[in-house]
Design a protein around this ligand. Structure first.
Ligand code: ZN
Ligand code: ZN
Length: 359
């Protein structure tokens, strides 16, 4: 009985030790056999969410951001990943002589997203995409999140950009034994042999060949895919304004940074309101009697509220009246432009003679 107790103690101690190290795969939400492309993609997605600039004052997000770059740095380094897989975080700490923090988390982020000019040499970058999004005046008035599906080239998520059906299908080239070149000898004379190297045509210099190509992308490493983006249209945005999503255009399996997606606001014409900068303009019709004696009309604002237009006495044809503060929102809605109402008078089609003579 006592013996069993000790076994339980030792086992729980072992579990506690294992749990003390961080699970880098968990942090990046990737499987243990994740490819580098898959790890990169996960890092790219998560680091944007937890970047301290996006979460000011949030220590939790900052810690998470640091954890993500730790996990990324280890899992994309073949040696470190091997040590980590075998011995966990403890193994890495021993290798580094203790005291983690062997890189700057912001450096890794910048490799993906640029900025902070540390004189990085010319990076290859894919082209930008320009996409128009149709937005109604109501949507520009209220502000809105819209979901936009974008068709673009994505790294194949079946093979994670390797082009192989399984990770075991990427094998060392048997022709060049992984060197990427072959050595040939040419007899130049009876005692003279010249050696020369030629790129291996089996693996085209890569040193690795794919046994079974990925059935989803047919070994192309990329495919067409749809990605859903949520675009925040800010209150008062204007026709032609651009919302940029950095590094979200076509993806590439190799070391090419995706270009940006530019969403261009295309404001749709409105059946009642006309927009002029931050101001709105509307035409309101009144009859002749109202033009002479005054009136009270309600018009519906873009948010459904009623605005009461009230005049007494004579209203001239074509008069433009300003309703202050009922235009489009400015500065996220902290201010607003004005509404201009232009009155049109509808004349009667016929008037009895007696009425005219009577006046
Ligand atoms: Zn594939
Ligand atoms: Zn080869």
């Amino acid at each position: 009985m006592l013996k069993l107790f000790w076994i339980v103690c030792v086992v729980s101690l072992l579990i506690a030790v294992a749990a003390a190290g961080k699970d880098y795969y968990d942090i990046l939400t990737v499987p243990r056999d994740a490819s580098k492309a898959q790890i990169k993609k996960a890092y790219k997605k998560l680091s944007k969410i937890y970047h301290p600039d996006k979460n000011p004052g949030d220590q939790g997000a900052k810690d998470k951001f640091v954890e993500l770059s730790d996990a990324y740095a280890v899992l994309t380094d073949d040696d470190k990943r091997r040590i980590y897989d075998q011995y966990g975080e403890e193994g890495l700490n021993q290798q580094n002589g203790g005291g983690g923090g062997f890189h700057n988390p912001f450096d890794i982020f910048q490799q993906f997203f640029g900025g902070g000019g540390n004189g990085r040499q010319q990076e290859r970058r894919g082209p930008d995409m320009n996409l128009e999004i149709d937005v109604t005046l109501e949507e520009l008035y209220h502000g809105k999140s819209v979901n936009v599906e974008v068709s673009k080239q994505v790294v194949c998520d079946h093979c994670f950009g390797t082009g192989a059906e399984n990770s075991e299908d990427v094998v060392t080239c048997s022709t060049c034994h992984g060197k990427g070149y072959q050595v040939f000898e040419m007899q130049l004379g009876p005692h003279m042999v010249q050696q020369f190297q030629q790129q291996c045509d089996q693996c085209r210099g890569k040193g690795k060949v794919i046994r079974h190509v990925c059935t989803v992308c047919q070994g192309n490493k990329v495919r067409r895919g749809n990605e859903l983006y949520t675009i925040n249209i800010d209150k008062g945005m204007k026709d032609g304004e651009v919302i940029t999503l950095e590094r979200e255009a076509d993806e590439y399996p190799e070391e090419v940074i995706p270009g940006d997606i530019h969403f261009i606001i295309k404001a749709q014409p409105h059946r009642r309101f006309e927009r002029r900068g931050d101001h709105l303009r509307i035409q309101e019709t009144i009859n002749l009697y109202e033009a002479l004696a005054g009136f009270e009309h309600n018009i519906e604002q873009l948010d459904g509220r009623n605005i009461t237009l009230k005049r007494s006495g004579v209203t001239q044809y074509g008069l433009v009246e300003k309703v202050a503060g009922e235009g489009m929102p400015i500065d996220h809605g902290s201010k607003a432009g004005d509404l201009y109402v232009e009155y049109k008078v509808i004349f009667p089609t016929h008037v009895d003679k007696e009425i005219i003579q009577g006046t």
